[in-house]
Design a protein around this ligand. Structure first.
Ligand SMILES: [Zn+2]
Length: 168
């Protein structure tokens, strides 16, 4: 399409050149006005072809961008299908790996806000003994437990003792 338009523009330019040359010759023959009108129409045609060519370029660019977005959206859908909205603690929702999907990655949670923006952002604990999770992309924080996980394990080990035991 582009090469056809380019050749049409080139042909119109050649015709305009010929018409201009013929106009000079026609001055003696009395055909000046006819050739002048012809020359004007050729120039108008050349302008329309150039405008159509520019429009085609613009539409081709829009189409390329739409295809890129579609591919990115399809890739996101494949990734997103591996996760499920999960309640990490009462009222704290995150995305977790579906148990029935084979994963090569260690268990992790995704930020629910970034997920809605089609972005995969893994929630991280700031340190090994932290009780919260942080999204480094949007700064979302989840505090599922007031007790660090390693203390949960210790409390579980000593669950035979009453809670007052730990206050000593
Ligand atoms: Zn986030």
């Amino acid at each position: 399409m582009i090469s056809e338009l380019a050749s049409a523009v080139s042909a119109a330019a050649s015709v305009a050149k010929l018409a201009h040359g013929a106009l000079k010759l026609a001055k003696q023959a009395g055909l000046q006005q006819v050739l002048l009108d012809f020359n004007t129409q050729v120039i108008e045609l050349q302008g329309k072809i150039m405008a159509a060519s520019a429009k085609y370029e613009e539409l081709a660019k829009i189409k390329d961008e739409a295809v890129k977005k579609l591919v990115a959206y399809e890739n996101w859908n494949k990734k997103a299908a591996r996760y499920l909205l999960t309640e990490l603690a009462p009222g704290i929702l995150v995305y977790a790996q579906k148990p029935d999907v084979k994963n090569t990655e260690p268990p992790h949670y995704l930020c629910p806000y970034c997920f809605e923006k089609l972005k995969r952002s893994i929630l991280q604990r700031p340190s090994a003994d932290s009780t919260n999770y942080v999204c480094h992309e949007c700064k979302f924080q989840a505090h599922p437990s007031a007790t660090p996980p390693h203390l949960h394990r210790i409390f579980k080990l000593f669950s035979v003792f009453s809670p007052e035991f730990f206050l000593i």
